[in-house]
Design a protein around this ligand. Structure first.
Ligand code: ADP
Ligand code: MG
Length: 347
């Protein structure tokens, strides 16, 4: 069997590694005045406002390299930050990428991670303008910061929802949680049996939703094309219930959510039944879907209905009415935060 080539980072040194990882780095946006290679990047947003967001990902807590290809990890670590920028109704322009790694990671492994980073930059038209490179005693740590631009005053917070506003969500929910459940289950089987590689072909959709999520750039573009501005918005990272409760709390409102309106992917729903899980619970508490959850004025109903990828799932009420979910059977329950987050599970 041919040995895969492995180049020790120590044989290159930090500066040559940075050069290696950034030698084909492209600049796509006029706002990127100066990119990688100096003490700092220079960004000019030409009269727009800037949004900035950052995320830290730790091996063993936020990702498991037993079932996460490095390329996907690089892609996802960028996308989750871009999702936060879109959730502000802004367009991402630049990212910085900082990594810390032990000597378990070779130049080839880090290059693979960067292949995913550059793929995301290309798909979302974003420039990588800097970062930092250092060592860690154990494992891989990734920190991504994303910058985005928005016309002055056009950003959308979590606090603007008002009584009567429609609650909307893009795409489908719960699939990422089901994908993670499947991967964790297969990992356990593999560890117990040292058996053959599992075949995920039939569950491609849910596995892709957890390993290689996408940010809803199309939805933010749709708002711009249709000239609508949500009253409140965030991206679904902790699960529908806890994220909707964030909007209610910060907007001082109540809500009615209809179980029957929650969007599912059919393969995901079938897989949930197979595992004897309730698809609704997966959507409410699952998390990591990176869909956009937003509220719009009732006058925008016809416009949002035109988009097949947007579901209207409820409406905002007075705060005194509480936060309620109406089940398929017609009974009313309090919506409770069971926000699921890998940090809580494994941390
Ligand atoms: P400094 O010592 O001034 O912080 P560095 O040697 O760390 O500079 O970085 C040199 C250049 O390379 C800077 O532009 C920095 O933003 C960029 N850079 C460093 N590490 C990374 C990385 N992992 N990915 C992308 N750019 C990086
Ligand atoms: Mg540095």
């Amino acid at each position: 069997m041919q040995e895969e080539s492995r180049t020790e980072v120590s044989s290159l040194g930090e500066f040559a590694l940075i050069d290696h990882l950034t030698k084909n780095n492209e600049t796509r946006n006029a706002s990127t005045v100066l990119s990688v290679g100096d003490d700092a990047a220079v960004i000019d947003h030409f009269g727009k406002q800037t949004v900035v967001t950052t995320d830290l990902l730790i091996e063993g807590i936020h990702f498991d390299l037993m079932y996460t290809p490095l390329r996907h990890l690089g892609y996802k670590s960028v996308v989750v930050n871009l999702s936060d920028v879109y959730a502000m109704n802004a367009i991402p322009q630049q990212i910085t990428m900082s990594i810390a790694f032990s000597n378990r990671f070779s130049v080839e492994a880090l290059s693979e991670l960067y292949e995913g980073v550059y793929a995301a930059c290309g798909n979302y038209n974003v420039d990588l303008v800097g970062g930092d490179t250092t060592s860690s005693q154990r494992g891989l740590i990734i920190s991504v910061t994303a910058l985005g631009e928005v016309a002055p005053g056009n950003f959308v917070t979590r606090s603007g929802a008002k009584k009567g506003d429609l609650i909307c969500v893009s795409g489908d929910l719960g699939s990422a949680f089901l994908g993670l459940t499947l991967l964790e289950r297969e990992k356990k089987i593999w560890l117990e049996t040292q058996g053959a590689q599992p075949d995920f072909e039939e569950q491609k959709y849910i596995v892709q939703r957890i390993l290689k999520p996408e940010a809803r750039k199309d939805i933010v573009n749709f708002f711009a094309e249709e000239n609508i501005k949500p009253t409140a918005m965030l991206d679904v990272s902790d699960g529908l219930s806890s994220d909707l409760l964030h909007i209610c709390k910060q907007s001082t409102g109540g809500c009615i959510l209809y179980e029957e309106k929650i969007p599912f992917n059919e393969d995901a729903r079938q897989f949930a039944y197979k595992l004897e899980l309730d698809p609704t619970a997966c959507a409410l508490s699952g998390g990591e879907d990176y869909e956009l959850l937003f509220t719009v004025d009732q006058a925008d109903y016809d416009t949002v209905s035109k988009n097949k990828d947007i579901s209207v799932i409820g409406y905002i009420t007075e705060p005194e009415k509480g936060k309620k979910i109406i089940t398929r059977g017609g009974s009313e329950h309090d919506l409770v935060a069971q926000g699921w987050n890998p940090i809580n599970v494994k941390g």
